[in-house]
Write a protein that binds this ligand. Sequence first.
Ligand code: 0WD
Ligand code: CA
Length: 380
Amino acid sequence: TNTQHQYRSESALGQNPLSCRTLSTRRELYERDFPVYKQPVEVGCFSLDSERRFFNDSRQMRYYVEPDRNPNFNLRDGYRDRFIKRDDSVKERLDHILRWIVANKSKINPTGAAASPRALDVDFVTWRGHLTKLLTTPYETREGWLLAVTRFRGTFYISEVETEAAHRERENRTERHEEMMYWGYKFEQYTCADNTHSLPDPGGVVNTNEAFCTVVQTRLADHRLLFSGEVDCRDKDPKAPAAPACYVELKTSAEICTPKQRSNFHRFKLLKWWAQSFLPGVPRVVAGFRDQEGVVVSVETFHISKISHLIKNEYNCWKPTVCMNFCCDFLSFVKRVVTEDSHRVVYLFSWDPYKDVTYSAHRDSQYCFLPHWYVEEMTR
Ligand code: 0WD
Ligand code: CA
């Protein structure tokens, strides 16, 4: 088995195993045993208010109120007159996570590590959403990605850069697409209350600046990870298990009417839903299925631990082990490539569907993303 393992890890490194300049994303290369992925532990949280201001607390936490199985929620309500949309041309990069780290340094460093040359006791800091993209890469056929990596005091920071294609897509969205992006947030408003005793307020304003984010620590094989992800709401029962097990992810999706639609839902949607919630240890997704007019006609709960069974009957379907092994090998690749430790250097990893992952290095460029306030705070 050792020989086999070596064979696999070498063939994943492009045509010439000695050069190690590229990383293959072919699924077959990642079909091995599921890697160690430790139960994610919540080490903190933060909130972004209606003006996108950071708070080192859970003030934006919301509470799940189970809707009717067939609720007839109108997701188009309020789009014109009760919607404040976050400015998505503002690139926040890792800033909110870095603010959380500065405010909570003692929580992630073992006591007495102050004198150690390593500022943080983790290998990688990133957004959960960036890891989701890595997990789904072996199955992605449409959208590529660009991930900027800086090694600073021994820790690798990973921050996404918008691709040309994603930029064009964002600037040329149709009115229909703009409105459909609102539907997911409107569903949250129908199913979330501001506190444990209150009810959802569908008559209120939807403001997408507001967010509650969890910060979790875990380990994938020998990679120690610290990442943050936005959480929609939590179980309002005070006896519910501790975070992240009490969290609920909310989704909307087109209603399923044909076997073909069901198959596509299993093959593409459930992959994204599984990857996103499995990473931080969020155990369930509540899905609102909507018709063409944006009316939620049914609601269903999906347990993340059961999704891999649901998809087993699908021909040529995605496999959780391929997702996790690819992510693991990508992080190992980053550790091998990103050798210079400097906040002024960015290694840009680039991937397009049906291609290998490649990289380039940039000093003092537009890609630098660690803010001065962070570098200063972590250097003294
Ligand atoms: O490129 C990105 N994805 C960036 C995200 C760049 C810089 C910042 N962010 C941050 C924001 O601060 C936001 O609060 O994204 C945070 C969410 O991070 P995440 O949890 O890692 O992102 P992801 O898992 O992709 O998305 C979770 C939710 C989405 O819910 P659905 O159910 O649609 O997956 O976060 C929202 C969205 O509601 N969301 C975002 N919010 C603000 N900015 C963004 C974004 N760029 N992308 C998704
Ligand atoms: Ca959601």
